[in-house]
Design a protein. Structure first.
Length: 120
């Protein structure tokens, strides 16, 4: 069975730096990111990871793009930041509503059920 990450990479290309390094619960967030950059040919995924309990969606903007001005680039930044912000309240394991907590040196965004499993 193919992992959803592999399917997205096959469809949209491998992120420039690393693969898709987030939990299954953030699949809708990653798919929204790919959908957004897919509508803008000048953008390419660079890195998709978790950091400090939130998704980090890094992208590159083509240097030879003649269509985007400074306002467009700012718009892309804010749009992708908005997609990332959903991860602050989405369980990284199952996509349910989650909250951030720290434990064992790591900050994670998890639902009540997965917080409980983590603390056992």
């Amino acid at each position: 069975m193919t992992d959803w990450r592999d399917t997205l990479i096959e469809k949209h290309g491998h992120p420039r730096i690393i693969g898709i390094d987030v939990g299954d619960g953030w699949r809708p967030i990653v798919e929204a990111f790919y959908a957004y950059i897919g509508r803008h040919g000048c953008l390419r995924a660079a890195q998709i990871k978790e950091k400090f309990g939130a998704a980090r969606l890094y992208y590159d903007h083509a240097y030879d793009c003649n269509e985007c001005d400074h306002a467009d680039i700012e718009y892309h930044h804010h749009a992708i930041s908005g997609i990332e912000s959903v991860s602050y309240y989405t369980c990284e394991v199952c996509s349910a509503y989650g909250t951030q907590s720290s434990g064992g040196g790591w900050i994670k965004t998890l639902c009540d059920e997965h917080h409980g499993e983590r603390n056992r």
